[in-house]
Design a protein around this ligand. Structure first.
Ligand SMILES: [Zn+2]
Length: 155
């Protein structure tokens, strides 16, 4: 993102929030060169996205649902500045969903994206989320699930 004033590419996000329907993200940016502050808005359009559930049922994508799922998983852990964390993670997930360039996405694919990002961002939330979205009732199932993600460490 280039500064609107001096055109230098060095800007930092100082604040961000999404609009009520979550279709836009407003960001306050500060130029690190000329120190001017300005607002941008980025459109995330997942309003047409259809999510296919495990049962085969199709439903409209909902940012709120995604957000509250991660909120639930992060509940008892000390995520500093929780709202900021949740917004950032949700934004990051939505961007990846957009990159799929699909009109219909299986919920398991979204879960993979969520897990991959949570694993990078916050391990306790990642672990709690994995038990929510996978049917895990035995040690072996848990080990198998975890090994899928832990092998990334060797790369
Ligand atoms: Zn500038």
């Amino acid at each position: 993102m280039n500064c609107l004033y001096c055109r230098k590419p060095l800007t930092a996000v100082v604040n961000s929030r999404s609009t009520k329907d979550s279709s836009q993200i407003w960001r306050r940016r500060k130029c690190l060169n000329c120190k001017e502050v300005f607002t941008t808005h980025e459109v995330i359009d997942l309003s047409q996205l259809v999510v296919i559930k495990k049962s085969g049922k199709a439903e409209k994508y909902s940012r709120m649902k995604l957000y509250s799922g991660i909120l639930k998983a992060s509940q008892s852990s000390k995520v500093t500045k929780r709202e900021l964390f949740l917004d950032k993670v949700t934004d990051e997930i939505e961007k990846e969903i957009l990159l799929l360039k699909q009109k219909r996405v299986e919920s398991s694919i979204i879960a993979e994206i969520v897990l991959r990002i949570l694993r990078k961002r916050h391990t306790p939330t990642f672990l709690r989320f994995i038990t929510y979205c996978r049917d895990i009732s035995t040690d072996n199932q848990m080990k198998r699930e975890l090994s899928k993600y832990l092998t990334d460490d060797k790369n």
